[in-house]
Design a protein around this ligand. Structure first.
Ligand SMILES: *[C@@H]1O[C@H](CO)[C@@H](O)[C@H](O)[C@H]1NC(C)=O
Ligand SMILES: *[C@@H]1O[C@H](CO)[C@@H](O)[C@H](O)[C@H]1NC(C)=O
Ligand SMILES: *[C@@H]1O[C@H](CO)[C@@H](O)[C@H](O)[C@H]1NC(C)=O
Ligand SMILES: *[C@@H]1O[C@H](CO)[C@@H](O)[C@H](O)[C@H]1NC(C)=O
Ligand SMILES: *[C@@H]1O[C@H](CO)[C@@H](O)[C@H](O)[C@H]1NC(C)=O
Ligand SMILES: *[C@@H]1O[C@H](CO)[C@@H](O)[C@H](O)[C@H]1NC(C)=O
Ligand SMILES: *[C@@H]1O[C@H](CO)[C@@H](O)[C@H](O)[C@H]1NC(C)=O
Ligand SMILES: *[C@@H]1O[C@H](CO)[C@@H](O)[C@H](O)[C@H]1NC(C)=O
Ligand SMILES: *[C@@H]1O[C@H](CO)[C@@H](O)[C@H](O)[C@H]1NC(C)=O
Ligand SMILES: *[C@@H]1O[C@H](CO)[C@@H](O)[C@H](O)[C@H]1NC(C)=O
Ligand SMILES: *[C@@H]1O[C@H](CO)[C@@H](O)[C@H](O)[C@H]1NC(C)=O
Ligand SMILES: *[C@@H]1O[C@H](CO)[C@@H](O)[C@H](O)[C@H]1NC(C)=O
Length: 488
């Protein structure tokens, strides 16, 4: 016999200016972006902006290889340019598993007015941040990982920081706050969807509505209709959604766990509501079905592989070298990177790439080089896994990277738990022809730490002139979540 008890309690989330998720940064190509970050947490903080290219400027990338952490109660100003790019991205705290508690937000780079987008101007933008969620706080999750434990099945999926609509009275108790998106009928919306979660792949779908894929990670795509789309942790996709349905009721927006045992993971389902302003009734009934790959396991892979860049559209383009004929590009270096489940190294559970697990440096490599400090890192990363059997046990992919951006760049797992356990390294990209001169100089407010701590001065203000300035106050916020305990 089992006794079920439902409780509601407070969980601390990381909020920005009191908001969870944080504010949208909405800029235009080539804008200078200035973000003054106030760290009111009781931990170090760094904000990273993946996808934003930081041309020749790894100093603002917000990861441990390039920046000293912002200590608790300090503030630090990021200054960078959203140069020559467009797209939908998200920013988040890069240290200490903090992303599991929030601190993330959307980062949009719009085309300049004179550069046409490859579709009619949408009526409005809608941003959806979807992600798996644990009721334990990020310090408890960290402790579990440090102890070599797995995090287990998440407690749910949040959509824009809120829990599921009560689509099923058995699965979802009453009183949970959910996200409702209000739309006008007969319009086309640009829906930017980000999987900000820890590790769960989510299948995204909107009941009775086509998802016309138009952009991903800063590239306009060949436009393709989907009824649902698999979004892995860390990925961003933009769809055009036409509100072309009968408004007899509202419609479900669903983000459900993928590649898992559905009966065990049925609570790991985010449900929001698409509400037409002339809607006649609330929604009820079953959710739209997830993809069924009982008979064909390649469904998701085929979907991902069908995504093609529209090379005649505006936006970032592949390197013109070879006129997109990748086969003709001469390859200067090949690295085989082998990623394995966590292993025990030196008595603790670690995740590794080619058998090497990343340890927090006491000084960022970029800073160490700037001050000619030796020994902060080694340049001996193996180009092949040390143990080559079994080969490609779980699948493989080949990536062509043109190293056209001088700096120190982070290469890591997008699974937050693997990243936390050390699945990370850095690429040091120098420009031999110009003696490294093309890289930007350290910013005036560069932070010092570790062996250079003695150089750290008081914080000083320097005038900001830019098209976009934001002030971000990172604090803990008490958010009400409802979670379920089962006592047997
Ligand atoms: C690609 O972009 C061009 C230029 O904007 C546009 O005219 C065309 O319709 C797009 N093609 C597809 C298949 O999306
Ligand atoms: C971003 O700004 C553009 C105008 O520059 C506006 O059209 C768009 O709706 C804004 N998007 C969001 C999500 O605020
Ligand atoms: C996080 O959870 C742990 C264990 O439940 C608790 O001891 C700790 O106080 C919590 N931390 C915060 C900041 O709420
Ligand atoms: C609600 O979910 C439970 C558990 O999956 C299922 O047995 C039940 O049929 C669902 N109820 C409705 C009305 O769909
Ligand atoms: C899902 O949530 C419901 C409602 O609280 C609960 O009864 C059920 O046991 C949960 N299922 C799983 C697999 O955790
Ligand atoms: C996508 O679906 C809509 C509605 O069915 C249709 O009008 C449109 O032509 C389709 N677009 C593409 C590129 O298939
Ligand atoms: C809208 O849907 C309702 C319920 O399915 C149906 O009765 C009605 O005829 C539909 N209206 C239109 C204009 O399709
Ligand atoms: C899914 O989990 C249920 C409950 O534990 C189990 O009975 C079932 O065999 C599992 N299905 C698969 C395909 O593993
Ligand atoms: C690639 O290498 C071949 C053979 O060395 C050379 O002929 C060709 O010009 C190179 N192509 C490029 C784009 O550098
Ligand atoms: C293992 O731990 C010891 C003691 O902390 C340390 O000196 C050594 O460098 C560690 N070795 C590796 C491979 O991390
Ligand atoms: C270190 O940074 C300063 C300021 O940006 C720059 O002038 C100097 O050339 C750099 N030194 C080295 C060795 O990189
Ligand atoms: C900290 O914030 C204050 C107040 O806005 C500002 O004057 C100062 O420049 C900031 N310091 C840094 C290092 O960004």
């Amino acid at each position: 016999m089992s006794l079920r008890k439902i409780e509601t309690f407070d969980v601390l989330v990381i909020a920005i200016n009191g908001k969870f998720p944080g504010s949208i940064i909405n800029v235009t190509t080539n804008n200078n972006v200035v973000v003054n970050v106030f760290n009111d947490l009781d931990e170090d903080l760094l904000i990273t902006w993946p996808g934003v290219q930081m041309r020749r400027n790894s100093w603002e990338d917000g990861v441990l290889g390039t920046n000293c952490p912002i200590p608790p109660k300090w503030n630090w100003t990021y200054r960078f340019q959203a140069k020559d790019q467009i797209g939908s991205y998200f920013y988040f705290p890069s240290l200490n598993f903090q992303r599991a508690a929030g601190g993330f937000g959307s980062f949009i780079i719009n085309n300049r007015d004179i550069i046409p987008i490859p579709f009619a101007q949408p009526y409005q933008d809608i941003v959806l941040m979807i992600g798996d969620w644990y009721s334990r706080n990020h310090t408890a999750l960290r402790t579990a990982l440090d102890d070599g434990k797995q995090l287990g099945i998440p407690d749910g999926v949040l959509i824009n920081g809120k829990g599921p609509y009560r689509y099923n009275a058995t699965l979802v108790p009453s009183g949970i706050q959910y996200t409702q998106i209000d739309v006008d009928p007969g319009k086309t919306y640009r829906v930017r969807v980000h999987n900000v979660g820890i590790s769960t792949t989510l299948n995204f779908r909107i009941q009775n509505h086509n998802l016309l894929l138009v952009e991903t990670e800063g590239r306009y795509t060949v436009q393709t209709n989907f009824t649902n789309f698999d979004i892995h942790a860390g990925q961003s996709y933009t769809f055009l959604v036409s509100t072309d349905q009968n408004a007899s009721t509202d419609y479900y927006i669903v983000a459900s766990a993928r590649f898992v045992n559905a009966s065990l993971w049925q609570n790991v389902t985010g449900v929001a509501v698409l509400h037409y302003k002339n809607s006649k009734a609330p929604i009820s009934g079953p959710l739209p079905s997830p993809p069924d790959d009982t008979y064909y396991k390649g469904l998701s892979l085929d979907q991902a592989r069908s995504v093609r860049q529209n090379t005649s559209a505006s936006g970032a383009r592949p390197n013109p070298q070879g006129s997109y004929r990748y086969g003709r590009i001469n390859i200067s270096n090949t690295y085989v990177l082998k990623v394995m489940p966590p292993v025990t190294i030196n008595g603790s559970t670690r995740a590794a790439i080619n058998g090497i697990s990343f340890r927090k440096p006491n000084i960022p490599f970029r800073l160490a080089d700037n001050h000619s400090l030796q020994g902060a890192y080694k340049l001996d990363f193996p180009s092949k896994p040390t143990n080559r059997t079994p080969v490609y046990p779980g699948g493989w992919t080949a990536i062509l990277v043109s190293l056209d951006n001088a700096g120190y760049w982070n290469l890591r797992s997008e699974n937050l738990d693997r990243w936390y356990l050390g699945q990370e390294t850095y690429l040091k990209v120098i420009n031999p022809e110009e003696n490294g001169e093309t890289e930007m100089k350290a910013p005036q407010n560069v932070l010092y730490c570790g062996p250079l701590q003695y150089k750290q001065k008081d914080q000083s203000r320097s005038a900001a002139s830019s098209a976009f300035t934001a002030r971000f106050n990172f604090t803990y916020l008490l958010a009400l979540f409802t979670v379920f305990f089962i006592f047997s």
